[in-house]
Design a binder for this molecule. Structure first.
Ligand SMILES: C[S@@+](CC[C@H](N)C(=O)[O-])C[C@H]1O[C@@H](n2cnc3c(N)ncnc32)[C@H](O)[C@@H]1O
Length: 192
């Protein structure tokens, strides 16, 4: 039985092993994420950093490619953290959510979320927390499946324009938008 979550992005509760990856189905979903997601374009966009936190890191497919001295990941799912730990021996992994990462103010150069913003219960709380743990002049990145994605999975999960506009509003000006192969990416630079 897959748990339901209520999200700011959908009128109905969401019930999917990709949103709440727990147990056998969740671990299968985690392996599919590792197999399907190619993080290289996003890694290039992030660039070399001193410290990066991924919020909702899932099985850790992005973490292992990041070019940073300190790589950290939080996820609410213990099953995903276990999968991520196997592939990311040097990363700091802990249980947490977008709205409650457990890190101190201004700890990271970059804080990034990939394919989980639409699963958060409270968009503004998640964005506030991502900004809180990012240093002045650092960047907050939010990526979600793109409507123009190469993969039908990305296109099938894309959010409508009004929901994308809500993400931009929550991040606050200035935000740049980038269309990657399968992701729409919002990039917010905090004031120095
Ligand atoms: C589709 S997976 C994406 C995982 C990974 N970022 C990737 O791209 O492979 C969604 C992840 O978001 C996590 N998640 C669900 N609710 C969350 C929340 N409120 N805050 C942060 N992560 C959350 C899930 O546990 C799951 O690991």
């Amino acid at each position: 039985m897959v748990k339901q979550i209520r999200s700011w992005a959908f009128d109905e509760p969401v019930s999917s092993p990709f949103a709440v990856p727990e147990g056998f189905l969740g671990r299968m979903a985690g392996r599919i994420m590792l197999w399907l997601n190619d993080p290289r374009e996003l890694v290039a966009h992030i660039g070399e950093q001193r410290s990066v936190l991924e919020v909702g890191c899932g099985p850790g497919g992005l973490l292992r490619h990041l070019q940073a001295e300190r790589v950290c990941g939080v996820d609410p799912s213990p099953d995903m953290l276990r999968l991520a730990a196997r592939r990311n021996r040097g990363a700091e992994l802990r249980r947490g959510t977008a709205a409650d990462t457990g890190y101190a103010d201004q700890e990271f150069d970059v804080v990034v979320s990939v394919n989980n913003v639409a699963m958060w219960p409270d968009l503004d709380a998640g964005v506030r927390e991502m900004c809180r743990v990012t240093r002045p002049g650092g960047r907050v990145l939010i990526a979600w499946h793109s409507a123009t994605g190469r993969s039908p999975i990305a296109r099938g999960n894309a959010l409508p324009d009004d929901k994308l506009a809500r993400i931009v509003q929550a991040l606050g000006d200035p935000v740049s938008r980038h269309e990657l192969a399968n992701l729409t990416l919002f990039d917010k630079r905090l004031l120095p």
